[in-house]
Design a protein around this ligand. Structure first.
Ligand code: PHE
Ligand code: FE
Length: 287
């Protein structure tokens, strides 16, 4: 799931693909394992194979180390199998959903250490690009780092913060932070820049682009800057935010955001590709 429900969900120009009549009140549903065809499993197998081959030198070592915990590579994993390991590692579990869900139910699940995973998979003709998150994006992109204790705690804190933001009318600002960290975050590691964001890690093209291309700009993560920055949902990102380590992400977001929301509310948003006066973009080779 993307965590940007109001932004994506509210503006969809076509109905979402999932069958929401299968979902209970909290929007979760059982993984419909029997509905997967051999072609579906094959799509997952091919996506996994291609994407895992691209990771060295581009993906965060935290992600590479955790990926085997997902289990099956040659078919769509059963959520229950993943959960046996995930519960033991960090107390998280994954729950099935029919697709993107509204923000408050999304935040409630995260606050309870439940990560919503879309259960259906893209059609073979959508192999390169899909507009809605599917089971490959959600599982491959998001779930490995839920095995990491720092990210596990960060995403739960984000869920709790989301419930508060919903009451303060600040979901848009908070969603931008999610977008620029959990979905499209970069991290500085021993060998240089690496990706830890799920939207990057599940994309064959953006993985190399985000880490190596001279085109996009990369800025050190600042809460204020990220919360004001608009983003594109249908192209590679123009701006990426870089952290020094996972603990920095947790520490940066530990404070109560209420005063920050109040301060940012009066400030203009920043275009996805803008560089403000005085800002210096990082070099791609920076390590
Ligand atoms: N500390 C934030 C608040 O008080 C919540 C939060 C935690 C947001 C972690 C994002 C990530 O609202
Ligand atoms: Fe996502």
């Amino acid at each position: 799931a993307l965590g940007v429900a109001p932004v994506v969900y509210g503006q969809a120009d076509r109905p979402p693909r999932g069958d929401y009549s299968r979902a209970s009140d909290d929007y979760t549903c059982a993984q419909d394992y029997d509905a997967y065809t051999e072609a579906d499993h094959d799509t997952y197998r091919r996506l996994y194979e291609r994407q895992s081959a691209l990771l060295p030198g581009l993906a965060s070592q935290h992600f590479i180390d955790a990926l085997p915990s997902l289990g099956a590579k040659d078919r769509i994993p059963r959520f229950e199998e993943v959960n046996e390991r995930l519960r033991r590692a960090t107390g998280w579990e994954i729950v099935g959903v029919p697709g993107l869900i509204p923000e408050v139910p999304f935040f409630s699940l995260l606050a309870n250490r439940k990560f919503p995973v879309t259960d259906w998979i893209r059609k073979p003709e959508e192999f390169e690009y899909i507009v809605e998150p599917d089971v490959f994006h959600d599982l491959f992109g998001h779930v490995p780092l839920l095995f990491n204790p720092v990210i596990a705690d960060y995403i739960q804190a984000y869920g709790q913060g989301g419930l508060k933001a919903a009451e303060l009318g600040a979901c848009e600002m908070l969603s931008r932070l999610y977008w620029y960290t959990i979905e499209f975050g970069l991290i500085r590691e021993q060998g240089g820049l690496r990706a830890y964001g799920a939207g990057i890690l599940s994309s064959s093209g953006e993985l190399n682009y985000s880490v190596r291309s001279p085109e996009p700009q990369r800025l050190p993560l600042s809460l204020e800057r990220a919360m004001r920055t608009l983003y594109k949902i249908d192209t590679y990102q123009h701006t990426y935010f870089v952290i020094d380590d996972l603990q920095q992400l947790f520490d940066l977001t530990a404070a109560d955001f209420e005063p920050l929301y109040r301060q940012l509310r009066d400030q203009p948003t920043i275009a996805a590709d803008a560089l403000l006066p005085g800002e210096v973009a990082l070099q791609t080779s920076a390590s």
